[in-house]
Design a protein around this ligand. Structure first.
Ligand code: SAH
Ligand code: SF4
Length: 378
């Protein structure tokens, strides 16, 4: 990331903050809309090229502001067309972004933190520990870079039609920087994506789910992975703080705020751990009759993991059982595994600041951002 100490980075700044910034420099609130269009729709970094702003405002912007995005360190392309970028997050560290092209859409999977504190036992990012939150500029910079670099779709649309927060990190643990980015993704003055095409995936930080429903109710995916607290406590340790009952209640509240749109429940298929027919029945009992669909994710291995992927037949049976019980259930196709870009394989380069000893990290409210959320909502 190139930064100039005294200049303010406008990338990732909310419309409200931009308006204030401009008014303080002799501009009008509506100039923020023009600036958003220049930055996100026309992909312009140079204030001098923003010809519908007055000369004096452009000069003030040149003096006080910059548009600074994270730098790309490496790019990999999978044999299935998936693209992965490694973005520098400073101090020799990096985060990863993945583009998954499909016939009817192009999905960009973006990162929200350098590492992750939540330590889910089957996740490569969790195994690395947590270093820091990404800034809003670093998060939206991933989207801007992908759109800049990827060729447009045949119908002239930008390559990125959907954005999912399923890369490195827990987005709801970086709530303060997440919300401006969500608003920029859906605003007509910037990317103008429909709320249904922006998905926040969370391992279940309950108070933030409730808040997100009010602040920017985009599509929600919840990493459930187990239907009993006993097993989920082991796989997704945040469950000890926010157990399944509380988590599901917050999901149904969220769905109600979005006029009953479906919540997606992600369920990683781990051989001999959570993939029996009894466990499918248990899962169905939790979700039956609700605004829920299940997305089964075949486990993607990474070095050092003790878990194994369930067989194709087991995954098929599990999915059929859920469907017999009346649930909508799909299985995610594994993409980009030859470049380590599949779900849960993203590892970037992280120097852990939270963990004291491998596997013995304590998750505290501060490292998952709950303290900062209380401050933000106070
Ligand atoms: N922190 C957020 C989003 C990032 S992870 C979350 O946990 O939801 C995106 C998805 O990949 C989550 O459902 C996560 O549980 C899943 N995942 C993590 N490791 C995986 C692995 N090794 N194989 C398959 N899916 C994995
Ligand atoms: Fe963090 Fe999500 Fe990985 Fe869990 S699955 S460690 S919450 S990134």
């Amino acid at each position: 990331m190139t930064t100039t100490a005294e200049k303010i980075n406008l990338l990732g700044m909310s419309q409200g903050a931009l308006e204030q910034f401009l008014v303080e420099r002799g501009g009008k609130p509506f100039h923020a809309r023009q600036l958003l269009q220049w930055i996100y729709q026309r992909d312009v970094d140079d204030f001098d090229a923003m010809t519908d702003l007055s000369k004096s405002l452009r000069r003030r912007l040149r003096e006080d502001a910059e548009i600074s995005a994270p730098e790309v360190q490496a790019k990999f392309t999978s044999r299935d067309g998936t693209v992965k970028w490694l973005f520098s997050s400073g101090a020799g560290q990096s985060v990863e972004t993945v583009f998954i092209p499909e016939a009817r859409r192009g999905t960009l999977c973006i990162s929200s933190q350098v590492g992750c504190a939540l330590d889910c036992s089957f996740c490569a990012t969790g195994a690395q520990g947590f270093n820091r939150n990404l800034t809003s500029a670093e998060i939206i910079g991933q989207v801007r870079h992908a759109i800049r670099e990827l060729p447009r779709r045949e119908n002239g649309e930008a390559a990125v039609t959907n954005v999912v927060f399923m890369g490195m990190g827990e987005p709801l643990a970086n709530y303060r920087n997440l919300v401006p980015v969500l608003n920029l993704l859906v605003s007509d003055w910037s990317y103008g994506l429909s709320r249904r095409r922006v998905t926040v995936s969370t391992s279940g930080i309950v108070p933030h789910i409730d808040k997100l429903g009010d602040d920017c109710n985009v599509a929600l995916a919840v990493s459930l992975h187990a239907a009993s607290d006993e097993l989920r406590d082991q796989l997704v340790p945040i469950n000890k703080m926010h157990p399944i009952g509380q988590l599901l209640e917050s999901c149904w509240r969220y769905a109600a705020k979005r006029s009953n749109r479906f919540i997606t429940f992600e369920y990683v298929m781990l051989r001999g751990v959570n993939d029996s027919i009894e466990q499918a029945d248990q899962l169905a009992r939790l979700l039956q009759g609700r605004a829920a669909k299940v997305n089964l994710i075949p486990f993607n291995p990474f070095p050092g993991t003790g878990f194994k992927r369930s067989s194709v037949a087991t995954i098929r049976h599990f999915q059929s059982r859920l469907r017999e019980k009346g649930l909508v259930a799909t299985t995610r196709r594994t993409r980009g595994d030859d470049i380590n870009a599949a779900c849960g394989q993203l590892a970037g380069k992280v120097s852990d600041r939270v963990r004291t000893r491998l596997g013995q990290r304590k998750i505290n409210r501060k490292s998952i951002g709950e303290k900062s959320m209380r401050t933000a909502s106070a």
